[in-house]
Design a binder for this molecule. Structure first.
Ligand SMILES: *[C@@H]1O[C@H](CO)[C@@H](O)[C@H](O)[C@H]1NC(C)=O
Ligand SMILES: *[C@@H]1O[C@H](CO)[C@@H](O)[C@H](O)[C@H]1NC(C)=O
Ligand SMILES: *[C@@H]1O[C@H](CO)[C@@H](O)[C@H](O)[C@H]1NC(C)=O
Ligand SMILES: *[C@@H]1O[C@H](CO)[C@@H](O)[C@H](O)[C@H]1NC(C)=O
Length: 497
């Protein structure tokens, strides 16, 4: 008995996490749903098979393997395109209520335009959707998870305002073919990350280095494209009775000290990252956050521009974008400490210089396989509270949350992260009264993690990338997640670890 208690305590201590408080032992509310997720470029493979067109990630990884940690690409990835039945079986074993995945635009429309529809692409997604439904797993579909058809990139991609027309035409095809069975849509995944990395820093496809200009332009056109598709769905496809919204990434920014300037700096960081996208869509006033408009404009003028580098919305556009989402999809991973920082000397513009903060992570926070993923469960609760306070108490679907723990089948780091974050989620629901409706464990299986290639390992399932068969093996976290879903409650002990 003594020994068993000791053992149990040891496990709890080694997880660094207190599971025995009142709220974390409450059941998840009725109607709360659990899922897992992937995205097409990261898992599907079959990059040039059955009529699929080239997209910007195909081109970027083929032309610039040096920009990917292990020189790899998504040509085969986890080969989910050929492993549909096996993947459905794994999802079924996991016990999830829904599966969040994305559609490859160029698999459906190889040229980007609806002049040519690739039937094999339609067939593939039809089969996936049908088999999920047969197994009582709800399909939750992201229409754009960062893989623009290359032919649209040649025309300017997200720097061209016509992206709204192109995206609308694609979305219409998607609703026509799948909307009879799909009742949960997201237009875009993480606008900030794709615009800042793809059109600002250039570390993501399409690799454009234009920080402080291209990134703002990308998000500006994206927000209008999002609203266009939201209104089109409500007007032409309302009879399909689905929800449609957008998925936003928000990390938490914790003030480094309680000084007024650091508190303001942390809030400024949150507005520049999260508020950039949430403010136009979810607030009563709409438009970009005031602090963002003020800071970018002041710096732009000092740099010699005669107008802000942050594009302006017209009054009509502000109205059109406001409230254009039935829910807020939240991707949350991490926390940073944030302090105020003196302005950089005037020179070339950059988004980082616009924000004027210093950020870092505390080395005592448990690290994942790769920077900047560290476990800080309390940050999750704070970000959910911030969203409730700033986004009109909207329904929140957590569409991604997870931890890279690549080198272990026992993945204690991921399990600790999962329990810590879910415990904070319960506190959000029961103490802070945030309307959180769903939780999505990122990710279903190991996949191609953008510039980190295959070095990261986010999966509830390990995938053997040296095996041509891409064998999948459930990690310990998959078993624990299955128990949580089944019991609708966190475990009261971890004796089965
Ligand atoms: C936890 O639950 C116990 C027993 O139900 C109760 O006595 C205690 O006050 C609760 N603690 C908190 C912090 O709610
Ligand atoms: C900015 O400068 C350009 C070129 O000199 C001019 O055409 C434009 O009207 C100016 N815009 C504003 C807002 O002053
Ligand atoms: C991965 O696959 C390779 C090749 O089939 C095999 O040699 C290796 O043992 C596998 N690794 C694991 C962890 O299963
Ligand atoms: C590939 O994996 C599947 C599913 O685990 C298995 O049924 C099949 O036998 C494997 N094929 C080879 C050639 O190893």
């Amino acid at each position: 008995m003594e020994t068993i208690t000791c053992l149990f305590l040891l496990i709890v201590v080694s997880l660094g996490f207190e599971i025995n408080n009142n709220v974390s032992q409450k059941r998840f509310p009725d109607g709360f749903i659990f899922g897992t997720a992937s995205s097409s470029y990261q898992t599907e493979g079959a990059w040039n098979l059955d009529g699929k067109g080239e997209n910007i990630w195909d081109r970027f990884t083929h032309d610039h393997p040096e920009k990917i940690a292990d020189g790899s690409n998504g040509d085969i990835a986890a080969d989910s395109y050929h492993k549909l039945d096996e993947d459905i079986r794994l999802l079924k074993n996991l016990g999830v209520d829904f599966y969040r995945f994305s559609l490859s635009w160029a698999r459906i429309l190889p040229n980007g335009f609806p002049n040519k529809i690739n039937q094999a692409g339609i067939d593939y997604y039809n089969e996936l959707i049908d088999k999920l439904l047969e197994n009582n797993i709800m399909p939750m579909i992201t229409m754009y998870h960062w893989e623009l058809p290359q032919k649209l990139h040649l025309l300017g991609g997200f720097t061209n305002p016509l992206i709204a027309d192109w995206f609308e035409a694609y979305a219409k095809i998607v609703f026509q073919h799948f909307g009879d069975r799909v009742k949960f849509w997201s237009t875009f995944n993480e606008p900030r990350i794709m615009c800042s990395f793809g059109y600002g820093l250039g570390t993501f496809a399409p690799g454009i280095e234009s920080s402080g200009v291209g990134d703002y332009l990308c998000a500006h056109n994206l927000l209008k494209a999002h609203a266009r598709v939201y209104h089109m769905y409500k007007k032409q496809f309302k009879y399909q009775k689905g929800k449609i919204g957008i998925v936003i990434d928000c990390h938490w920014s914790e003030p480094a000290t309680q000084s007024d300037s650091d508190i303001k700096a942390a809030e400024r960081m949150t507005q520049f990252s999260c508020g950039w996208i949430t403010n136009p869509i979810f607030t009563k006033k709409g438009d970009y956050p005031k602090v963002m408009k003020d800071f970018v404009k002041a710096r732009s003028l000092a740099e010699g521009y005669n107008t802000s580098r942050l594009p302006e919305f017209t009054k009509d556009e502000i109205k059109y974008i406001r409230k254009s989402s039935d829910y807020l999809g939240l991707n949350h991973y991490m926390t940073f400490m944030v302090a105020d920082k003196p302005a950089d000397p005037i020179g070339d513009p950059s988004q980082e210089k616009d924000i004027q903060v210093a950020t870092w992570q505390d080395p005592s926070w448990p690290p994942g396989t790769v920077y900047p993923f560290r476990s800080t469960p309390w940050g999750f609760r704070k970000v959910l509270k911030w969203l409730k306070d700033n986004c009109g108490d909207v329904d929140i679907y957590v569409t991604e949350n997870g931890f890279p723990d690549a080198f272990s089948f026992e993945d204690k780091g991921r399990i600790s992260y999962l329990l810590g974050y879910l415990s904070n989620l319960l506190e959000s629901i029961y103490i802070d009264k945030v309307k959180v409706k769903a939780y999505t464990a990122w990710s279903f299986m190991d996949y191609f993690e953008w510039y980190s290639g295959y070095t990261v390992g986010f999966g509830l399932h390990y995938v053997n990338y040296t095996d041509p068969n891409r064998t999948r093996i459930p990690r310990a976290s998959a078993r624990i997640y299955t128990d949580i879903i089944k019991n609708r409650k966190l475990p009261s002990s971890l004796t089965y670890l």
